[in-house]
Each structure stands twice: as structure tokens, then as C-alpha cells.
Design a protein around this ligand. Structure first.
Ligand SMILES: [Zn+2]
Ligand SMILES: [Zn+2]
Length: 162
């Protein structure tokens, strides 16, 4: 049977203390000495610097694509703009993307974020010329008898005919 660790528990109790939040100043019960903010929202906003153009610049860690990252819900790194959308706007549906209308990946202003499907984002990238349009696909002729995607072609390699 596991022994109860009294010392650790006493330490835990001593650390529970009512302290002012480092962002909004309201008192909250801190559960460990490193806790400085009353909520994830305050912890998040404290890392944001508003810019004159309206963008909220993320001043904490970013990933290699320039997106801010934020430890949230179980300590995992999440993309900061997605966290912002979930905190201030609404939950993000499964599989949905959150895109920037300001084109600034390090911006986390919920007013500059729009949800979208993956295809929207691809259209957007194509429109902005970030990705070459697939020339091979553009030339694909489904009527061609030699095409491997045409079920009536002898070269067909797709799923079995039903
Ligand atoms: Zn606060
Ligand atoms: Zn912005």
C-alpha cells in the first residue's frame, strides 16, 4: 500500500494562497508558487502586444512557421491564434482551420481570425501564389482510355469496380 506523503501535502497546502493576478489584479487562490495569473485568459493576454494596425502581436514562443504557441489544457503546446479563437469567439469544429485575414501568422487578435475548411485555405494559398497550381491535375482527362484513374481504362489502378 502506498504511504501518504504528509510532507508534500503540507507543502501543497502552504502554497495555496490568495494572491493578486499579475494581469487583471483580482485576487485568486494560487495552487503553486509559479502561478501568477487568475485564469488562462489573463496568462494569454499578458503575452500579447497590441500593434497600431490592430494586430495583437504574440510576444512569447513561436513555432518554425511563425505561429505563436501557448501551453493550454494539459500542458500541450497549441497554436496561439487557435487558442485565442476558442477563448474569445467559439470552439473550433473538428478539422476546421483558423485563418488570418491580416496575413500575419503571429497575430492572435480574434477579430482578425476566421474559421475555414482546409480547402478554403488551399484556395487562399493558390490565390496568393504561395503554391504552384498542380499542372498535372489540370491536364488530367478522365475520358482518356489510358488513364489509370479511369475505371474503363485497361491501365486502371483505382479502387475495385462495384
Ligand atoms: Zn486575472
Ligand atoms: Zn492581425
Amino acid at each position: 500500500m502506498r504511504k501518504y506523503n504528509t510532507k508534500a501535502y503540507e507543502c501543497f497546502l502552504n502554497n495555496i494562497k490568495s494572491v493578486p493576478c499579475a494581469h487583471c489584479g483580482s485576487a485568486f487562490d494560487r495552487r503553486n508558487p509559479n502561478q501568477r495569473f487568475c485564469s488562462d485568459k489573463c496568462r494569454f493576454i499578458n503575452k500579447v502586444k497590441p500593434l497600431p494596425n490592430g494586430c495583437w502581436l504574440w510576444t512569447a514562443a513561436t513555432n518554425n512557421k511563425g505561429y505563436g504557441t501557448f501551453k493550454y489544457c494539459g500542458g500541450n503546446d497549441k497554436k496561439a491564434h487557435r487558442v485565442s479563437y476558442e477563448m474569445f469567439v467559439s470552439p473550433i469544429p473538428d478539422g476546421a482551420m483558423v485563418m488570418h485575414i491580416c496575413d500575419n501568422p503571429s497575430c492572435v487578435n480574434p477579430d482578425h481570425l476566421r474559421p475555414g475548411r482546409h480547402a478554403d485555405n488551399v484556395d487562399d494559398m493558390v490565390r496568393k501564389g504561395r503554391q504552384a497550381v498542380g499542372a498535372r491535375h489540370a491536364r488530367w482527362n478522365p475520358q482518356s482510355p489510358h488513364h489509370k484513374h479511369n475505371p474503363s481504362s485497361p491501365f486502371y489502378v483505382g479502387p475495385a469496380k462495384t
